[in-house]
Design a protein around this ligand. Structure first.
Ligand SMILES: C[S@@+](CC[C@H](N)C(=O)[O-])C[C@H]1O[C@@H](n2cnc3c(N)ncnc32)[C@H](O)[C@@H]1O
Length: 581
């Protein structure tokens, strides 16, 4: 009998099994690039925002300890993998690479989401359906909320070879769909205008709504008759049932909340008052029209207004982000975008009083995002949603870059502590590595990190003598414990039961990959196809343009275009055993 086969339904691709072992880097603020309004404009101003320059995989790892379970909404607009090169980055990552790149980032992203958190991804037809399956795997199929269709373009392309491509997808996942609910859309002026007050009712504008509902009650209930105080006898129309019991109808009648038409002859209906609506707006539909949430051309105009001489190539319209943030967050909630582009998410979050974190690898982090955000904070950006939300400026952000790897190789090929690290950086990095909170005490030199109220961490590159360790142990006492990370030590650690002594870097060498700054999954890093595995013909998929290399590599290079030969890979290659032939 053949052994049981793997029955899980899953998408496979070359390199799927390879997972990065990420170093939890520290983040270093550059105050020269951070920016804050000089004073508060409103009590809701958000100053606590972060712009991180660097690869988003390392950045997400760097944020993990602090933000795990705290993010309310993640919006990402990753390179679409269309095979075309844009001016500020190149998104033609080969199909398998693209999937691996996204999978690793999605897994980390999921850990950052809070229990009421949700993920929103824009993607086009090239990868949307693969991405859906991938997200099902990472988030659980039961947490798929919707695939909203966004009308990104309102004109039909007359030169379309097949169908004119007018939409993108917005994939929506909740961390826990059972409990997660989107907020309602804001009421529009048009919706409110349907509420009037022709009889000058003291409760204000109202709209007439039926006194009956779908057929639900018993036969007796359906044929119930009610006599209003003006003598009108009413029963629910055939096929329906009364919505309210007699007591409620009597109460509404007594309060003049039944409408019999302008001349008193219409079939009675209920006055539903605008100020009593329980749900403020309607639920969002899954079709997002350009008239409601903007389109690509609008986004490009916004980008032009921000940076007339060099507009960002693939921005999203601010109204699209407003829709996402309106459905997923409330003021003060934390929003994350790890593919920041020109910074639309941060700009919109700022204008809507949400807190935000953005990550961007390309030089446009400095040339586009920072100038845009400065304008927003100064109240000098009249475009996008500024007028709709009444934005007047305020708040701020801190700019960070990723620290270099904690370890580097010396000229003999041995791992040593990176010379760029000073004592404070070293202490913070070692704390992060061990899952301690970096909290250096002003008065106690060995209290640099803390994991619990009584458990501390101390880092030094020195060699500690037995005498020094004894002094430390006496100071720590019997009620506390201390992890000592030092260059070397003398003596037997068992002599000091309240201390755990380890040598760095030796003790941490196996923890992760050191000295690796590039997780952009370049072709050269792709695992070899299994021996005997099928190799597809020609570059890319049939009918696709020749593809370029890593999006992240090109993103880093800013406007530099990178192109290289692409290996011949097919997502649905049969396994090496030949099964599936
Ligand atoms: C489609 S754009 C995002 C546009 C953005 N939504 C906007 O409105 O401007 C994708 C962005 O992801 C960035 N990116 C790609 N790979 C990245 C990586 N590994 N780390 C950080 N950013 C990355 C690219 O440089 C590019 O700016």
């Amino acid at each position: 009998m053949s052994p049981p086969t793997k029955t899980r339904l899953e998408l496979t691709w070359i390199g799927k099994e390879t997972r990065p072992r990420l170093e939890p880097r520290i983040l270093i603020e550059d105050p020269e690039r951070s920016y804050h309004a000089p004073h508060r404009v409103t009590p809701n101003d958000q100053f606590d925002n972060r712009l991180i320059f660097g690869d988003n995989l390392l950045a997400l790892k760097a944020l993990e300890a602090e933000l795990a379970g705290k993010v309310k909404c993640v919006f990402i607009d990753p390179p679409y993998n269309t095979g075309s090169a844009f001016e500020h980055y190149d998104d033609g990552v080969e199909h398998s690479l693209w999937l691996s790149l996204l999978r690793d980032r999605l897994e980390l992203t999921r850990r950052l989401l809070g229990p009421d958190g949700s993920l929103w991804i824009t993607v086009d037809d090239n990868e949307a359906h693969y991405l859906k399956v991938l997200c099902d795997e990472v988030f659980g199929r039961s947490n798929f909320v919707a695939n909203a269709v966004w009308q990104k373009k309102y004109t039909v392309a007359n030169d379309a070879k097949w169908l004119s491509d007018n939409h993108d997808h917005v994939l929506v996942y909740a961390l826990n769909k059972e409990t997660w609910r989107p907020y309602r859309l804001m009421r529009s002026e048009e919706m409110d205008a349907r509420y009037r007050n022709p009889d000058n009712h003291p409760k204000g504008p109202w709209k007439a709504t039926p006194l009956y509902a779908k057929q639900t009650g018993s036969t007796e209930e359906k044929s119930r008759r009610f006599l209003f105080k003006n003598g009108v006898a009413w029963s629910a129309p055939p096929g329906t049932s009364p919505r309210f019991p007699d007591d409620k109808l009597r109460e509404l009648d007594a309060n003049n909340e039944i409408w019999f038409g302008g001349d008193g002859t219409a079939s009675p209906s209920r006055k539903t008052f605008l100020n009593e609506l329980k749900l403020l707006g309607p639920p969002a539909p899954t079709i997002w029209l350009h008239s409601d949430v903007g389109h690509n051309h609008e986004a490009r105009e916004e980008a032009k207004a921000c940076n007339p001489s060099d507009p960002f190539g693939t921005p999203k319209p601010e109204r699209l982000l407003r829709r996402v943030l309106e459905l997923a967050t409330q003021p003060g909630d934390l929003v994350l975008d790890s593919f920041a582009g020109s910074g639309t998410t941060g700009a919109v979050a700022q204008k809507m009083s949400r807190r935000w974190v953005m990550v961007e690898l390309g030089e446009h982090c400095h040339t586009h995002i920072i100038p845009r955000l400065r304008k927003v904070i100064d109240g000098q950006d009249p475009g996008g949603i500024t007028e709709q939300v009444g934005w007047q400026g305020g708040g701020g952000f801190r700019y960070y870059r990723l620290a270099p790897s904690l370890l580097e190789k010396d000229r003999f090929g041995n791992w040593v502590i990176n010379k760029q690290y000073n004592a404070a950086m070293l202490a913070e990095a070692v704390c992060k590595l061990h899952g301690f909170r970096y909290a250096p005490s002003d008065s106690v030199y060995w209290q640099q990190g803390q994991s619990t109220e009584r458990d501390f961490l101390y880092v030094t590159t020195q060699t500690l003598t037995a005498g020094q360790l004894q002094i430390l142990s006496d100071d720590v006492g019997t009620e506390r414990t201390l992890l000592v990370c030092c260059g070397a030590f003398r003596g037997n650690p068992r002599d000091w039961p309240n201390l755990t002594v380890e040598k760095i870097p030796k003790a941490v060498l196996d923890r992760c990959e050191w000295g690796k700054d590039d997780y952009s999954l370049q072709i050269a890093n792709l695992p070899q196809a299994p021996a005997g595995g099928h190799v597809a013909d020609g570059p890319g998929q049939p009918g696709e343009p020749e593809r370029n290399t890593s999006a992240t590599e090109a993103a880093r290079a800013g406007r530099r275009r990178v192109s290289a030969a692409v290996p011949n890979l097919n997502l649905f290659d049969p396994p090496p055993s030949g099964k599936g032939d």
